[in-house]
Design a protein around this ligand. Structure first.
Ligand code: IPM
Ligand code: MN
Length: 341
């Protein structure tokens, strides 16, 4: 039986190292992948001037899934213009492949700020402030004007909220919290709230709540276990999920799935962390986020049982390292997960 066709973008910095551990664990879980490696990221840009050639994007469309490590230049690098890789590669893939849900699960580890936390953030992934609406007038003059909009379509908001309700329905606690800033962002917030209420009426089994995003920051830091599923817009979701990672034991554990739930093309799986050039090659990168992301990939590809084993093994190793204080090298962490699956 042929394996799932997975495009692998190791990317920059620690990206290739953590992806290698993720593939090791997938192999240990007994799932066969036909992987094709793609050389994309800061290195390729510096070598060739290319970010995401159209022919590569077309090839990626033919994959069953994409596994990505990290892309980005070293902090302070002046050779790659700011935002070029983020917009031209990562966001371009999210938009071009219509990866409208960014799913980010969080489980607190022992000793973290939120050891009992067990929740998932559903971040809208194709609209909001990330749509790039805006512009500059009279740039560089004292009368310069910068506008930066947020695009919220009924279609985009509704499909994300529907996904979140269906996810909440499938989980034991069946609870969903909308996070926004409806008291100030009245236009976009109004659309999100009205859509949420309408979809809620079709899902009477799901308990619903609403938090303003500033209040949600307090609860994430003080009482994160109250959350089951959280749904929010693109920018709030970006910020909240870094906070969630920090309170649940560190960004080294934060995994994500950029999903096209309609399955009109491949979905993309990546750790939330960046390229961390400062520790690249030192064996100090934590591969658990990449491994958990690969587990989410298998789940989405229908390999539910193997995905469940990987998820359990990742959480067990995270718990073990957190409570023992052990600092393991990248490959040893990968081995520890591989042994458990
Ligand atoms: C993330 C990252 C990206 C984002 C950046 C690299 C563009 O921070 O995946 O959370 O803002 O979405
Ligand atoms: Mn982010």
């Amino acid at each position: 039986m042929p394996g799932h066709k997975v495009a692998v973008i190791g990317g920059d910095g620690i990206g290739p190292e953590v992806v290698a551990e993720a593939l090791k664990v997938v192999g240990a879980a007994g799932v066969q992948l036909d992987t094709i490696e793609y050389d994309l990221g800061a290195d390729r840009y510096l070598r060739t001037g290319e970010v995401l050639p159209g022919s590569v994007l077309d090839e990626l469309r033919g994959a069953d899934a994409i596994l990505l490590g990290a892309v980005g230049p070293p902090v302070g690098s002046s050779e790659v213009p700011p935002g070029l890789l983020e917009r031209g590669l990562l966001l371009e893939l999210r938009f071009a492949l219509d990866l409208y849900v960014n799913l980010r699960p969080f489980n607190g580890t022992p000793g973290s700020i939120a050891p009992e936390a067990d929740f998932v953030v559903v971040r809208e992934n194709t609209e909001g402030a990330y749509a790039g609406e805006g512009g500059l007038l009279r740039k560089g003059t004292p009368l310069e004007i910068a506008t930066q909009g947020s695009v919220n379509t009924r279609h985009g908001v509704e499909r994300c909220i529907r996904y979140a309700f269906e996810l909440a329905e499938s989980r034991p606690r069946r609870s969903l919290t909308l996070v926004h800033k409806t008291n100030v962002l009245t236009y976009a917030g109004g659309l999100w709230q009205r859509t949420f209420d309408e979809v809620a009426a079709e899902h009477s089994g799901v308990a619903t709540a609403y938090n303003h995003v500033d209040a949600a920051c307090i609860y994430f830091a003080t009482d994160a276990r109250r959350y089951d599923v959280v749904v929010t817009d693109n920018l709030f979701g970006d910020i909240l999920t870094d906070l969630a990672g920090a309170v649940c034991g560190g960004i080294g554990l934060a995994a994500s799935a950029n999903l096209n739930p309609a399955r009109t093309g491949p979905s993309l799986f990546e750790p939330v962390h960046g390229a961390a050039h400062d520790i690249a090659g030192t064996g100090r990168a934590n591969p658990l986020a990449a491994i958990r992301s690969a587990g989410m990939m298998l789940d989405f590809l229908g390999e539910r049982e193997a995905a469940g084993r990987i998820e359990k093994a990742v959480l067990a190793v995270a718990e073990h390292t957190a409570s023992s204080g052990a600092v393991l090298a990248t490959a040893r962490i990968g081995d520890a997960v591989a042994e458990r699956v």
